[in-house]
Design a protein. Structure first.
Ligand SMILES: [Zn+2]
Length: 470
């Protein structure tokens, strides 16, 4: 049985990096992500170092371009990794943008260095179409990898590894990466693979189920209606990539439908006055790439396109680029009563432009914070989510801010499968794995999912080894 070592992402939600040892001279790396929030230790710099031996690593496979899956890539290259970086075609387009941003924030602002680095990165990227086998090791052993759609963000994949041992014995290992939820906007839902011996399964929402799409869309619409009535701003902390585009897609739909059914709700003119502001040059660039990658959108999105709508590029949508424009926008929205939705990073309120909005508007009850993504333990986002609804406060940059603004959370836009979705991923395989390694989840989520998986196997009269955070 092939051995799997976790260099992050086994005990917490961030820092995903898994090594599959093929033999004494060959191994594969799946993802190379950054630690964030509570998962980042005091000695954060040490976590950035690549502390394991990379001499046997023949290839790095990237499941998707979120920073907690690719953020340590600059350090891996700095440590001398020269092998192929295998990813899907959309990921290959998105990855250089993510890495450029990560370099600017964490590494250097030296433009020449960044350019040289990007050239090296692009020379190592090998993009492979979904569903096609790609050989990574051939000889005494043979190992191939295949990417399948994971429905989490554009380009996201789960990875099937087909390995043949020297004695001819075959083994299949699957890395789920982050799995999307069914009925997510824009992306087709993931389909389960045929089967495998070992599965490395994410467990972010291993202990809960999401409300259905209609319900979360109603919650989103209600939050905006309140903003329209109060003359307030809905602040949405969101990852620049994935969630921002999903939200824009959903907002376009809500505004479109509200315009058509104006008799039953607020007048059409009020909806038309609503500004949707993406305050992030990075998110704006991602949105552009998303627009270029329309062939990877799902059927519903294709239908909207065919009917002449522009789900990611509509009339009320504004982008804020420069820092000066950002500061003006914060002041403008805090002082005037213009209803608006602002989408800005970071998704967990741990830095980024969203912080200035929070500082300016948390103390005013006209405004609202709308969480659409997972808030990691130890992040300001988690504190606002927990204490905000009870009129609490949060500490930002060493200063105390009272929370009078409304706080709403919608878990359905998490872009992660819920407990049912994770169980279905296994259940719908024809050949169930005998070993499941749970990763990418907090202890309570992993434990709950382990219990459910064991019960599911027991109902079929079968056993399973569920490895929980080791
Ligand atoms: Zn992700």
């Amino acid at each position: 049985m092939l051995n799997i070592t976790h260099h992050g992402g086994a005990k917490g939600v961030t820092g995903s990096c898994h090594q599959l040892t093929l033999d004494s001279e060959h191994s594969l790396l799946i993802d190379c992500g950054l630690f964030q929030g509570e998962d980042a230790t005091e000695d954060a710099f040490q976590q950035l170092q690549i502390e394991f031996d990379i001499s046997t690593v023949k290839a790095l496979v990237i499941t998707h371009v979120h920073i907690d899956h690719v953020g340590r890539l600059p350090y891996l290259l700095a440590a001398g990794f020269k092998g192929p970086i295998i990813c899907s075609i959309p990921s290959a387009k998105l990855l250089p943008l993510v890495i450029e941003d990560a370099l600017k924030i964490g590494f250097t602002r030296n433009a020449q260095f960044i350019e040289r680095f990007q050239q090296q990165l692009e020379s190592q990227i090998i993009s492979v179409p979904y569903g096609k086998w790609h050989a990574v090791v051939e000889g005494n052993i043979t190992t191939r990898v295949k990417l399948k759609r994971a429905g989490h963000i554009l380009g996201s994949s789960y990875v099937e590894v087909a390995h043949q041992h020297p004695n001819g014995e075959k083994e299949r290992v699957i890395f789920s990466g982050d799995l999307g939820a069914p009925y997510a906007p824009l992306l087709p839902a993931p389909k389960s693979p045929y089967g495998c011996e070992q599965l490395v399964l994410e467990s972010t929402y291993g202990d809960r189920n999401h409300p259905d799409r209609r319900q979360r869309r109603a919650t989103l619409k209600h939050a905006i209606e309140q903003a329209l009535t109060n003359g307030g701003t809905v602040m949405v902390p969101a990852f620049s990539i994935g969630r921002t585009q999903e939200l824009l897609y959903e907002l376009e739909g809500i505004i479109y439908d509200a315009g058509r059914n104006a008799k039953r709700g607020l007048p059409k003119s009020q909806w038309q006055a609503l500004e949707i502001i993406v305050d992030s040059p990075l998110a704006a660039r991602f949105t552009q790439v998303y627009r270029q990658l329309k062939p990877y959108w799902d059927n519903e999105a294709q239908r909207r396109l065919r009917s002449g709508r522009h789900p990611l590029n509509f009339d009320n949508l504004y982008t804020v680029e420069s820092h000066e424009a950002h500061e003006q926008t914060v002041a403008y929205l805090a002082n005037t009563g213009r209803p608006a939705v602002v989408i800005a990073a970071s998704g967990m309120c741990a830095g980024g432009r969203i912080m200035n909005y929070l500082k300016a508007m948390l103390g005013d009850e006209r405004h609202q914070v709308l969480f659409v993504g997972y808030q990691g333990a130890g992040t300001p986002g988690r504190a606002i989510q927990q204490y905000g609804p009870r009129g609490g406060w949060v500490e930002i940059d060493g200063q105390r801010f009272d929370i009078k603004a409304g706080v709403t959370s919608i878990s359905g836009y998490s872009a992660h499968a819920d407990q049912k979705g994770l169980l279905n991923f296994v259940k719908r395989m024809r050949r169930w794995p005998h070993t499941i390694h749970l990763v990418h989840g907090e202890q309570t989520a992993r434990s709950a999912l382990k219990r459910e998986l064991e019960a599911m196997y027991a109902r079929k009269g079968r056993g399973v080894k569920v490895v929980n955070g080791e």
